[in-house]
Write a protein that binds this ligand. Structure first.
Ligand code: IPE
Ligand code: IPE
Ligand code: MG
Length: 232
């Protein structure tokens, strides 16, 4: 691995359910193990000098799942931060989120907001959890906000850079990883992935770790990013 570390990494953390099923466990056991992987991967990304790590934890489509599983997934961010917030703080990691928290139980919202506030001055990795996140919804909300501003007198002179600022995630993504073998985007960061390098690994999220992250970064470093131009 050289020192060309992707500044922004986004991960679709997929495969918790299949991981559990293979072991004869309930799907929630896969989500529990997956939460521990979040800790491992966040600490690794922080050590490697990644600036922002965005993890897709719950999509706007995941409400379609059975009530019991949705209930567990809604509680999981609270359980995660209660367990790991002290360690994230010690490691200088800053917590943020992307998505509409309102639909989550109020105690989960409280724990997340507390994690965001308590870590807001940290200067290491930004760990951004995408919860109740859907990229089409994100784009729609951005358009509505912009339209309101124009109605209230803002000049109608929107650039691509300006529009990014209306989204939950304003940064372009350098590297997008999806675990567990599915090769699709599932409504994640549609605008921000325009020129990302994409890696689809068969490893299930609960089995993903620092070594797997380093393998992905090494593959990223072998890619020739042209952004529509020609190789230098
Ligand atoms: C990812 O694992 C976690 C969420 C989508 C919340 P899945 O629960 O999608 O696991 P599979 O894809 O069914 O194995
Ligand atoms: C994408 O995984 C959403 C998250 C990882 C939170 P899904 O498992 O929900 O995606 P599909 O349904 O296979 O496309
Ligand atoms: Mg899945």
């Amino acid at each position: 691995m050289n020192d060309n570390i992707p500044q922004t990494i986004a991960i679709i953390m997929d495969g918790n359910g299949r991981w559990a099923k293979q072991r004869g466990l309930p799907r929630t056991a896969g989500h529990k193990q997956g939460a521990d992987t979040i800790r491992t991967v966040a600490l690794a990304a922080n050590e490697l000098g990644v600036k922002k790590l965005i993890l897709y934890a719950f999509s706007t489509e995941n409400w379609k799942r059975p009530e019991g599983e949705v209930g567990y997934l809604c509680k999981l961010p609270g359980l995660f931060f209660n367990k790991y917030i002290r360690e994230l703080m010690e490691k200088n990691i800053r917590v943020t989120f992307a998505g509409e928290l309102e639909r989550f139980p109020s105690d989960t919202q409280k724990v997340i907001n507390r994690a965001v506030n308590d870590t807001s001055h940290n200067t290491g990795l930004e760990l951004c959890l995408a919860i109740n996140y859907g990229s089409r919804r994100e784009i729609l909300l951005g358009i509505q906000k912009y339209a309101d501003e124009v109605k209230n007198g803002r000049k109608n002179d929107l650039t691509e850079e300006d529009f990014s600022q209306y989204l939950f995630v304003p940064e372009d993504i350098d590297l997008m990883i999806r675990t567990s073998g599915e090769v699709r985007i599932s409504n994640f960061l549609l605008w921000q992935l325009a020129y990302s390098e994409l890696i689809f690994t068969p490893v299930a999220w609960p089995d993903f770790n620092k070594e797997e992250l380093i393998k992905c970064i090494e593959e990223f470093q072998h890619r020739d990013r042209r952004f529509g131009g020609l190789t230098k």
